[in-house]
Ligand binder design. Structure first.
Ligand code: AMP
Ligand code: ZN
Ligand code: FE
Ligand code: FE
Length: 277
């Protein structure tokens, strides 16, 4: 069984539409696909619909909420959230609106630095999805102000860059509560990047954290092993995924990479009380 529990679509900053992503996953032989767009569940219905036309794939409705913590970010995945929950949708909508304002402010800063890109173009690139820095990076790239996505982040829109603007802050505790209230299972995304992980695990378990994403694009075997041990010590499940964006490897890995053990999907489905085909 091939498993990838962390992917993005055009509903946020991925390149493939939900239906295209599902079709591509089927082509690669993936049996369990988590769709985890940033701050939106707008891609889920189309993905579930697309999955119905294939017998080999299970789509797991999910979300990835970017939370701010001192000196950085922490991302929380929410699996099997109720994507019809009005409360959940309203809260995500609030976060997306703040992303739009923030995107416009970054563009204004870039203009101030002499880069003539337009907010309209950035919105066009984002389409109906929630606006993120990758969209700003693409606008910079196509206007010739940077040589690559990486260049855009390194020089301008990375956390310490001159055009960086923070998003509205949501704490990991609030994100986990929000996901839990919508019936979802909160998991820490790419946790090897989190400083003081042990402290976070302790605090976040109390409010509903159930797992760690130990298998992740680029994680060395010793890093994975360490996270698997940490999960086991804390009675958390282990998940994994590629963080596929379809942007040519600039953000996240190739779909279906790295290999994620079947057990990850089985444990997740069992905890959710869902049937895995
Ligand atoms: P945002 O949520 O708008 O702050 O954008 C975060 C997204 O930008 C991440 O999910 C990545 O896809 C992308 N990203 C962040 N840092 C970099 C980087 N150094 N190079 C390329 N993409 C990045
Ligand atoms: Zn992204
Ligand atoms: Fe993330
Ligand atoms: Fe992601």
């Amino acid at each position: 069984m091939k498993v990838d529990l962390h992917t993005h679509t055009t509903a946020s900053d991925g390149k493939l539409s939900p239906a295209q992503l599902v079709a591509y996953a089927v082509k690669l032989g993936i049996n369990v696909l988590g769709i985890s767009d940033h701050d939106t569940i707008a891609g889920i219905p189309a993905a579930l619909d697309a999955a119905k036309t294939y017998s080999t794939i299970n789509v797991v409705p999910a979300v990835e909420i970017n939370c701010d913590v001192t000196d950085g970010e922490l991302h929380v995945l929410g699996y099997f959230i109720d994507y019809n929950s009005q409360l959940f949708k309203a809260e995500l909508e609030r976060l997306r609106n703040s992303r739009r304002e923030r995107g416009a402010r970054m563009v204004a800063k870039l203009q101030g630095l002499g880069m003539n890109i337009s907010w309209e173009r950035v919105q066009e690139i984002a389409g109906s999805g929630s606006v993120g820095r990758p969209h700003v990076a693409q606008a910079l790239l196509e206007a010739g102000f940077v040589a690559s996505f990486r260049d855009a982040f390194d020089r301008y829109i990375g956390r310490n860059g001159p055009a960086y603007v923070e998003r509205e802050k949501i704490t990991p505790v609030d994100a986990i509560k929000l996901i839990s209230e919508a019936g979802g299972l909160p998991v820490l995304a790419h946790p090897a990047d989190i400083p003081n992980l042990n402290n976070f695990i302790e605090r976040l378990k109390v409010v509903g954290l159930v797992g760690l994403e130990a298998y992740y694009n680029g994680y060395r075997p010793d890093v994975v092993a360490d996270l698997v041990t940490k999960a086991s010590l804390n009675k958390l499940i282990v998940t994994g995924g590629s963080d596929y964006h379809g942007l040519g490897g600039e953000a996240g890995g190739e779909l279906g990479q790295p290999d994620v053990p079947e057990k990850c999907a089985k444990d997740l489905f069992a905890l959710a009380g869902k049937h895995l085909n």
